[in-house]
Write a protein that binds this ligand. Structure first.
Ligand SMILES: Nc1ncnc2c1ncn2[C@@H]1O[C@H](COP(=O)(O)OP(=O)(O)OP(=O)(O)O)[C@@H](O)[C@H]1O
Length: 267
């Protein structure tokens, strides 16, 4: 049974919760090839992000360690792109560059019209706050705040006017199927539910690009499928592009593109 169908555009609340592991429903991800055609506004062909001839080295014990070697890639509007590779292959290093958290040793990174490779920390931080969402360990949920307050915090940080917080927080928690868990704190939620709050938090300020580092790593296969279903859903409803790292071969089928990384290069 498909977990979520684009044609129907069901409320994701319904889509996720009908597949609650407790309900015994089977979880099957919707393959890209089977996606029904939607009548919608045209999607721009301009890349959201371009990576050109990027290298990243670190000095370790006085010697250069070449972690990324001539990386070229593109992220297009409303794509779900996965970076796959063994531990230590360089996925997180690349995601950090894409997100403007770090800069390349050589090469160019363009996020929309912003040349990240030339911009200073402050300028990249400003772009990141407004235009990007992160699902990284370092941007984890605040343990003492409820799901609602966690999402609200990200709107506050992004400088979104207070008057629209309530509506947007409620909307985002609904999008990830957590309308009924709004006032729970992280420890009162399952691992998959916590990850869904992290998604709501990352998309609340309407970023163009959502970056996720191993978003399914701690989850069982059914919960991982739910997270991928939420990603498919928000690509449509929020018109966001998603780039994520993964080790998990079972979720690759929902990607628009998979970049396979070995020893700092794409193969
Ligand atoms: N700041 C740094 N200084 C020195 N070496 C680093 C630094 N950051 C990453 N590395 C090295 O770069 C290599 C790639 O690390 P990275 O975290 O990108 O791999 P990964 O593919 O994300 O691995 P995992 O799947 O385990 O998270 C590793 O050998 C790591 O030790």
């Amino acid at each position: 049974m498909a977990l979520w169908r684009r044609k129907k555009q069901a409320a994701p609340e319904e889509a996720v919760e009908e597949n609650d592991p407790g309900a015994g429903a089977g979880v099957a991800l919707q393959k890209k090839a089977e996606a029904p055609v939607m009548i919608d506004e045209p999607v721009s062909r301009e890349p959201v992000l371009t990576v050109r001839s990027v290298q990243r080295s670190f000095q370790v014990g006085g010697q250069p360690l070449h972690v990324l070697k001539d990386i070229n890639m593109e992220l297009r509007p409303r794509q779900l792109v996965m970076l796959r590779g063994r531990s230590g292959s360089g996925k997180t290093t690349l995601l950090n560059l894409i997100g403007g958290l770090d800069q390349p040793t050589q090469g160019e990174i363009h996020f929309q019209d912003y040349p990240f490779h030339k911009m200073n920390d402050h300028a990249r931080t400003n772009v990141r706050r407004k235009e990007m969402g992160f699902i990284f360990q370092a941007f984890a949920l605040m343990p003492l705040l409820s799901a609602y307050e966690n999402v609200e915090l990200s709107l506050r940080m992004a400088g979104v006017p207070r008057g629209i917080w309530k509506e947007r927080v409620t909307e985002c928690l609904g999008l990830v199927g957590l309308a009924k868990r709004m006032h729970h704190r992280p420890f009162e939620l399952s691992g998959g539910e916590q990850q869904r709050v992290a998604i709501a938090k990352a998309i609340a300020h309407r970023p163009k690009l959502l970056l996720a580092d191993e978003p399914t790593a701690e989850l069982d296969s059914q919960m991982a499928a739910q997270i991928m279903s939420v990603f498919q859903s928000i690509i449509e409803t929020e018109r966001v592009t998603i780039c994520m790292t993964t080790h998990d071969p079972t979720i690759l089928e929902v990607a628009d593109h998979v970049y396979e990384m070995v020893d700092g290069k794409f193969i």
